[in-house]
Write a protein that binds this ligand. Sequence first.
Ligand SMILES: [Fe+2]
Length: 170
Amino acid sequence: MDATDNSPVAYDLKTPTGLGADAARDIGAAARVLLADIFALYVKTKNFHWHMSGPHFRDYHLLLDDQSAEILAMTDPLAARGRALGAGTIKSVGDISRRQRLLDNDTDFIRPHEMLAELREDNLALVASMRSTHDVCDEYGDVATASLLENWIDETEKRVWFLFETLRGS
Ligand SMILES: [Fe+2]
């Protein structure tokens, strides 16, 4: 499934909202894909935190722990926001894997700078999809979802900055 996914929410789960059915459908679809990417990036960041190696182990291990906590903290508010709009949200790990656009990395050994570079690119891609979700919110005047996204774009750009600077010269 992708951002055009229009999965209807069960009648009993239709939350009353002034934004209307079209907003629930379009913002809900964008939010589900974004949430799947956020979960995928959370697991990848933890994966690299757990499998870090080399002379900068402590710094990188701790950096990725901080970043993974920040990423995980977005999941519940984003899912709840979708439900407040009357849209459905992520149901399972299988649901995540069908919707995610960021790729998993199951490689056995990855060099530390390759891990950081991959996370930098993934966080950049996440910023782009947050911005496009923000555009959908603007179409419907959904300032609440837009405001969540604005903070998360700021945090995500800071993660990119930290990863970029940590990689400088490597
Ligand atoms: Fe840990």
